[in-house]
Ligand binder design. Structure first.
Ligand code: BG6
Ligand code: MG
Length: 213
C-alpha cells in the first residue's frame, strides 16, 4: 500500500507562522490586546477570518462588517511586507533534505494549507513544483479543524486517507487530519499538539524508514 505525505506550509516548511503571529500581534495591539505565544497556538492553522474573530473575542471588541474587512486586508498587507524578501534559503531546518528524500523515494506529495498566500510563499522558496497536488484556503469551504483540506489533498493524489501521513504544526491541523482518518506527525510538542503519533522539532528529524513501503 503506497503511503502519501501531506505537508502543512506555515511552521512546517517555512517560518511564516512567526510572520502571521507578528502581523496579528500588531493588529491586536491596536485593539489594546497584547497577543501572546499561547494565544497564537490557537491561531495556528486557523483561517484568516476565523483568526480575526478569535482575536476580537480575546480583545473583547466588535467591529463593523466594513472595518472587519479593512483589518483583514491590513493584516495581510503587513504579512506580505514580512515575507517579501523570502527566498529559497528561507525554509526550516531539514526541509531541503526532506524534499530530496521524498523525490528519491517517489512518495506522492501534497500541500494542505489554510493560507490564501500558500502558492506565493511556495514559489518564493522555490518549492511550488515539488508537489503533486496543492490544496489551499481558496479551494475549500471549511477550514481546519474540519478535514476538508486534507481529504481534498488525498483525493487529488488518489491515495486513501488512511494511507496519508500529515505533518502539522497546529492543533487545528492535527485535529483536521485525525478527523479525516489520517495519521499525523506533530512539528512541535505533545503539549501543544495532542493526538499526533510522533512529535518532531522539524522535518529534518523524520526517519523515512518509519514509512510503510
Ligand atoms: C495558516 C496559518 O496556515 O494560514 C495561520 O497557520 C493563518 O496563521 C492562515 O492565519 C491563513 O493565512 P492567510 O495567508 O490566508 O491569511
Ligand atoms: Mg502551520
Amino acid at each position: 500500500m503506497k503511503t502519501a505525505i501531506i505537508l502543512d506550509l506555515d511552521g512546517v516548511i517555512c517560518d511564516t507562522a512567526h510572520f502571521h503571529f507578528l502581523a496579528w500581534q500588531r493588529l491586536a495591539a491596536e485593539y489594546g490586546y497584547a497577543l501572546t505565544h499561547a494565544d497564537n497556538e490557537q491561531l495556528k492553522g486557523v483561517s484568516r477570518v476565523d483568526s480575526l474573530k478569535f482575536i476580537l473575542s480575546l480583545a473583547n471588541k466588535t467591529l463593523s462588517a466594513e472595518q472587519f474587512e479593512t483589518d483583514l486586508h491590513r493584516k495581510n498587507e503587513w504579512y506580505l511586507e514580512l515575507v517579501k524578501d523570502m527566498g529559497p534559503s528561507d525554509t526550516l531546518p531539514g526541509v531541503t533534505a526532506f524534499f530530496a528524500e521524498v523525490a528519491a523515494r517517489h512518495i506522492p506529495l501534497a500541500l494542505g494549507s489554510a493560507s490564501k498566500n500558500a502558492n506565493m510563499v511556495l514559489s518564493r522558496v522555490g518549492l511550488l513544483q515539488a508537489f503533486d497536488a496543492i490544496v489551499d484556503a481558496s479551494q475549500v469551504s471549511q477550514g481546519k479543524p474540519h478535514p476538508e483540506t486534507f481529504l481534498k489533498a488525498a483525493e487529488l493524489l488518489g491515495i486513501a486517507p488512511e494511507n496519508c501521513l500529515v505533518f502539522e504544526d497546529s492543533a487545528a491541523g492535527v485535529q483536521a487530519a485525525i478527523a479525516g482518518g489520517m495519521k499525523t506527525i506533530g512539528i512541535g510538542t505533545p503539549n501543544d499538539l495532542p493526538g499526533a503519533i510522533l512529535h518532531l522539532r522539524d522535518l529534518g528529524e523524520f526517519d523515512f524508514n518509519r514509512l510503510p513501503a
